[in-house]
Design a protein around this ligand. Structure first.
Ligand SMILES: *Cc1c(COP(=O)(O)O)cnc(C)c1O
Length: 374
């Protein structure tokens, strides 16, 4: 069996987690703060807020943006359902902007067209850096000056755009990372929101922990005793444990090694499929992908998918356009909304892509796929 993705946990990772298990704090301790600092300084952001998964991260990010009933959230259809579900959690309206036919990311020109046809300014826009390649953030920021932009970086830690790390927030307000085991680094379940804005940061902290504050400046009642705390808004318990954060701290030390191997695997696939009827992932020269995924386009996708799976090559598909899901159809979305995303989906196939994929197994994937084309 060759999976499409898997984590890599080594002895250092295990020892760090054991150390946390023997320590005084299993949650709300220093290791979570250490992990937040490690991610913030790596991507070049000022503040970071660790949560249990990226879905929670996206949720508190849209809450911090003030997204509520009557507001509009725009995202890409070529994503995991979480990117738009968080809008529904807030009873907001959600809509989808079609993708670019080369990068499969939110198309800036489709965004421009969308903003012309809809009557209101979106409160939030969530571009998704699909497969680890950055969206054209500079363009998106220029087109959407009046919206809060939250980057979905679930695929993209370590990727670069215009010479800087994805998540540096040059053209956005917040960015959210995922540490699910299939992603670039893992904490089991885990996520993180980064921002450079102190006000947003304070809201994120508040929504992560029930809406409760011990910050006297934020309280309604002044001059209260030391034990006093206030719940000043409705929040959740979205806190990451120290155990998860310990794994995260250790995995962050290995991130360059992970990225180098992923890029090596991508390069080998690129070369191998050059003269075959396979469209390999286009790389925009403005950035460098983190290669969470290696999505190709093939004819007869369903037959190829089944035959490879039957051989133990666990290829996958990213993504069914979100609005084609029955839940989204039930709330009124129609086929045809994003034609480029729909035609991409018809031929999409994600090949095995992970740090510990061996050369021998990658050769098996390559040979088996090429055989399917004949
Ligand atoms: C994985 C993923 C998420 C959700 O991440 P979790 O940590 O599993 O909640 C959100 N968006 C995208 C694009 C993802 O791939």
């Amino acid at each position: 069996m060759i999976p499409y993705a898997r984590q890599d946990v080594n002895e250092d990772d295990i020892n760090k987690v054991i150390k946390v298990l023997r320590s005084d704090f299993l949650t709300q301790g220093d290791v979570t703060v250490e992990f937040e600092k490690a991610v913030a300084s790596y991507v070049g952001a000022k503040y970071a807020v660790a949560v249990c998964n990226a879905t929670q991260g996206l949720h508190i990010a849209v809450m911090a943006a003030g997204l509520n009933e009557g507001d509009l959230l725009l995202t890409s259809p070529n994503t995991f359902v979480a990117s738009s579900n968080v809008g529904l959690y807030q009873n907001a309206e959600v809509d989808f902007v079609d993708i670019d036919e080369k990068t499969y990311n939110m198309s800036p020109s489709a965004l421009k067209d969308k903003l012309k046809t809809i009557k209101k300014t979106p409160k939030v826009i969530i571009p998704v850096h699909f497969a680890g390649q950055s969206c054209d953030m500079k363009e998106i920021r220029q087109i959407a000056k009046d919206s809060i932009i939250i980057e979905d970086c679930a695929h993209a830690i370590g990727g670069e755009y215009m010479g800087k790390k994805i998540g540096c927030l040059e053209y956005s307000d917040m960015a959210v990372f995922s540490f699910h085991p299939v992603k670039i680094i893992t904490t089991g379940e885990g996520g993180m929101v980064v921002t450079n804005n102190k006000e947003l940061y304070e809201k994120l902290i508040l929504f992560r922990s029930h809406g409760i504050t011990r910050n006297k400046d934020l309280m309604n009642n002044k001059d209260m005793p030391a034990w006093y705390y206030e719940q000043i808004s409705l929040g959740y318990n979205y806190r990451m444990t120290e155990i998860q954060a310990g794994l995260g701290v250790s995995q962050m030390k290995r991130i360059e090694e992970f990225l180098i191997r992923r890029r090596e695997i991508a390069k080998k696939y690129d070369e191998a499929f050059k003269n075959h009827d396979i469209i390999t992932p286009y790389q925009d020269e403005k950035g460098i992908s983190a290669y969470h995924l290696y999505p190709v386009q093939v004819n007869n996708r369903d037959r190829i998918f089944n035959n490879l799976r039957n051989k133990g090559i666990l290829v996958n598909l990213h993504y069914i356009p979100v609005y084609l899901q029955p839940h989204y159809q039930n709330i009124g979305f129609k086929q045809g909304l994003c034609p480029v995303a729909e035609s991409y989906y018809e031929k999409a196939l994600s090949l095995p892509m992970f740090y510990s994929l061996t050369n021998e197994n990658q050769d098996i994937v390559i040979e088996s796929l090429i055989k399917e084309l004949k």
